[in-house]
Design a protein around this ligand. Structure first.
Ligand code: SF4
Ligand code: SF4
Ligand code: FES
Length: 340
């Protein structure tokens, strides 16, 4: 026989809502998703909640539990005090559809904008070979279950709708990092693309994303920071420094520097484009802002994608008409709860 415990669950839709109180039986070994199912079975059959595997593997049951982004199916009731009220609210960063279900299509849009694996020329699928050490290096990032808890947590977009168009978020930074360290990936500008077109410069390595990742992926330490370091390495490359001494910026911008002018790689311009057409390194790095960081505005480029490994009929990026993400209506922030 279980004990009665107090729960508060956010109910509503995009037009608004409120917290509703429930007293629910809790049994030994249960998780928060069990409680939601019991509420559906005994009190509110119309309570909306997304879930699939109940095993921490599908990434569907993301929610905020007592203000912390978590998986409902992996949050044991035994982690709360016996008399503690448990408050369950939808992910705050994405528009609410109904109750605990949010529209996470922002993430699908960012996934489409992230260039896919570029197959090496002349090697057919099935002939790919790589060292075990290279497999292991990126294995950590492949554990991602796309729960988007990291995306929901990142302060760059959590309270800043205006940053969403430019910022892909931690989930896609580790995708870029994984491909950057892939020995067979034919695309050589992954980190530059992340800096220029995915908003890597917005990240100030607070590590909040790492804290909430249910797969314990070291998003910041193993993905974002090394990629940032490699971007900065290029800026402080002695050849880059020498180039800056030789060519004035106005010469570079007007193209008088000949082959030393930064090249344009698909989707990336300026220093982010990597090697120049002759193989010489671009001589001009982006200026640093007063805070010592690169100015993101220096690195704006169109979000062109790479070739699809699935064939020529799939274009990247997809046309806007095929993207389902819509920014929430003004005033959306008032709808979902911020703290309870
Ligand atoms: S480390 Fe970067 S990506 Fe992760 S939550 Fe902080 S700002 Fe966002
Ligand atoms: S990196 Fe971790 S938190 Fe982010 S989507 Fe993947 S599994 Fe979820
Ligand atoms: S239901 Fe699949 S991760 Fe929770």
């Amino acid at each position: 026989m279980g004990t009665k415990r107090h729960f508060r669950v956010w109910r509503g839709d995009e037009s608004g809502g409120e917290i509703q109180d429930y007293d629910v039986e809790v049994n030994e070994g249960e998780v928060v998703l069990d409680i939601i199912h019991r509420i559906q079975a005994t009190q509110s059959p119309d309570l909306a909640c997304r879930w699939n595997c109940k095993a921490g593997k599908c990434g569907s049951c993301s929610m905020e539990i007592n203000g912390m982004p978590k998986l409902g199916c992996m949050t044991r009731m035994s982690t709360f005090e016996a008399n503690e009220t448990v408050t369950i609210t939808p992910l705050r960063t994405f528009p609410v559809i109904r109750d605990l279900v949010t529209d996470v299509s922002f993430n699908y849009e960012k996934a489409r904008e992230t260039p896919a694996f570029a197959p090496p020329a002349g090697v057919k699928p099935g002939q790919y070979r790589m060292q075990q050490v290279d497999v292991e290096r990126s294995q950590e990032f492949r554990k991602c279950i796309e729960c988007y808890l990291c995306q929901n947590t990142c302060h760059v977009v959590r309270d800043h709708e205006e940053n969403k168009p430019e910022f892909s978020g931690p989930r896609f930074f580790i995708r870029a990092a994984e491909l950057d360290m892939h020995p067979l990936d034919a695309r050589t500008d992954r980190k530059e693309f992340a800096q220029a077109s995915m908003g890597l410069g917005y990240c100030n390595i607070t590590k909040c994303c790492t804290e909430v990742c249910p797969e314990h992926i070291k998003i910041t330490d193993n993905g974002i920071i090394p990629m940032k370091e490699r971007v900065v390495d290029r800026r402080y490359d002695p050849l880059v420094w020498l180039g800056r001494k030789i060519f004035r910026r106005d010469q570079l911008e007007s193209g008088h520097a000949g082959e030393m002018t930064p090249s344009v790689t698909a989707g990336v311009t300026g220093v982010a484009a990597g090697l120049g057409p002759s193989g010489a390194r671009p001589p001009q790095g982006p200026p640093l802002g007063p805070d010592g960081r690169m100015e993101v505005s220096e690195l704006i480029a169109s979000n062109a994608g790479g070739p699809s490994p699935f064939g020529d009929d799939q274009e990247f990026p997809l046309p806007g008409s095929e993207l389902t993400y819509r920014h929430p209506a003004p005033g959306k922030d008032a709808a979902p709860p911020s703290s309870h």
